[in-house]
Design a protein around this ligand. Structure first.
Ligand SMILES: Cc1cc2nc3c(=O)[nH]c(=O)nc-3n(C[C@H](O)[C@H](O)[C@H](O)COP(=O)(O)OP(=O)(O)OC[C@H]3O[C@@H](n4cnc5c(N)ncnc54)[C@H](O)[C@@H]3O)c2cc1C
Length: 350
């Protein structure tokens, strides 16, 4: 038997960050994962956007989440020698005078001042897009490279013999007095970080999971190098490869599977044609399901009856910003019994 303190099931951004924070506490960690290109962390742009919605409000707990995310991604970038976070301004299209007025009144609020600029500098967007009524600019946001980070971590786990590849069979997890045994491993604690697939985990399927499918396009815009993110109905996000952009996303609450659809692709293509005044080429079309939760708060905590099982899920539409803060929070709880914030504690569901 190979003994570890923690076995994490699922190596998307949730499982990866939790492994990192547990290892920082000196814990022995193994991770089991069935890699899928249709997992949310492989499809997401990883946008961190402090100002969201039609009313331009600060996203939930953003003042704590962003510093925590920036620090965690910086440390991981240092460890792997690759940049996993790019701070990028987000230009937000304001379609009419009402939206512009709302934007301007928000920028006057001191709590919003660090995150919003009255007017945007469009840069290359001024040359290659159909100009709209007006624009605002969001600061302190950016893009976390979730596929890059999870990929680098997977290689590290594999090289260190701590990656168990393939689907975990729930009926093969044997809970005993000495720990949980699984295929030659024994762990003191198992943490499920399975993204939307967690909805069918028999130990935690009593929780109110949602699930929102999203489709995206990866496009090349020849001769054009945007240096900021643009939100103009859809997001256009510069990728590290020159002239290449992530464009998305759709939201679907009713879906048959996690595969791209013709209608999703056509919708995104049309949105891009509306905003770009420049031809583009679609390089790929991807889809995944976001692990959303009915009350829009993450799921953290131990199983109410099987205390050797715990959960880290429900990062919803914001895994890039929520992941670091809540992975650290859960690691402190699991290692030292630090109290869980009631807003994210799964005991809120009785
Ligand atoms: C189209 C789209 C765009 C998005 N854009 C953004 C964005 O810009 N910014 C942002 O912050 N968030 C974004 N998100 C949300 C973000 O992707 C998620 O919040 C985050 O990736 C969830 O990570 P996770 O680790 O919980 O789940 P996942 O990424 O789904 O990872 C779960 C992993 O566990 C594995 N797994 C599951 N069950 C088992 C099992 N039983 N055995 C073995 N392995 C298992 C899966 O194969 C997978 O590898 C987007 C999501 C989508 C779909």
């Amino acid at each position: 038997m190979k003994e570890v303190d923690f076995l994490i099931i699922g190596q998307g951004i949730a499982g990866t960050l939790l492994a990192w924070f547990l290892e920082k506490e000196g814990k022995a960690v193994a991770v089991a994962d069935a890699f899928s290109p249709h997992a949310a962390s492989q499809v997401a742009a990883g946008i961190i956007n402090p100002i969201t919605g039609r009313r331009y409000v600060k996203s939930w707990r953003v003042d704590e989440l962003i510093p925590s995310a920036v620090q965690a991604y910086a440390e991981l970038s240092e460890v792997f020698g690759k940049p996993f976070f790019h701070e990028l301004p987000i230009i937000r299209t304001l379609f009419n005078r009402g939206e512009e007025n709302d934007w301007l009144s928000r920028t006057g609020d001191p709590a919003y001042a660090p995150y919003m600029k009255e007017q945007a500098r469009l840069g290359e967007y001024a040359l290659h897009t159909v100009l709209a009524y007006s624009y605002g600019e969001v600061l302190k946001g950016g893009q976390a490279d979730l596929p890059g980070l999870t990929g680098a971590y997977r290689e590290k786990l594999r090289a260190e013999g701590r990656l168990i590849e393939g689907d975990v069979r729930y009926d093969a997890l044997e809970v005993g007095t000495a720990g949980v045994a699984y295929e030659g491993w024994r762990a003191g604690q198992v943490v499920f970080a399975e993204g939307h697939r967690g909805a069918s985990n028999p130990f935690f399927n009593y929780l109110p999971y949602g699930g929102a499918k999203g489709e995206v396009l990866i496009v090349r815009i020849p001769g054009v190098q945007f240096s900021k993110i643009l939100k103009h109905r859809v997001f256009i996000v510069p990728l590290p490869v020159p002239e290449t952009y992530w464009v998305g996303a759709t939201y679907g609450w009713k879906f048959e599977d996690e595969k791209p659809t013709a209608s999703g692709g056509a919708f995104l293509r049309q949105r891009l044609e509306e905003v770009l005044s420049h031809p583009f080429e679609v390089l790929s079309h991807k889809a995944a399901v976001r692990p959303t939760v009915k009350d829009r708060r993450p799921f953290l905590g131990r199983h109410p009856e099987i205390s050797r099982f715990a959960l880290f899920n429900g990062l919803g539409t914001k895994g890039a910003s929520l992941g670091p803060f809540w992975a650290h929070h859960l690691a402190q709880h699991l290692c030292y019994g630090a109290p869980l914030d009631p807003e994210v504690d799964i005991s809120r569901f009785g």
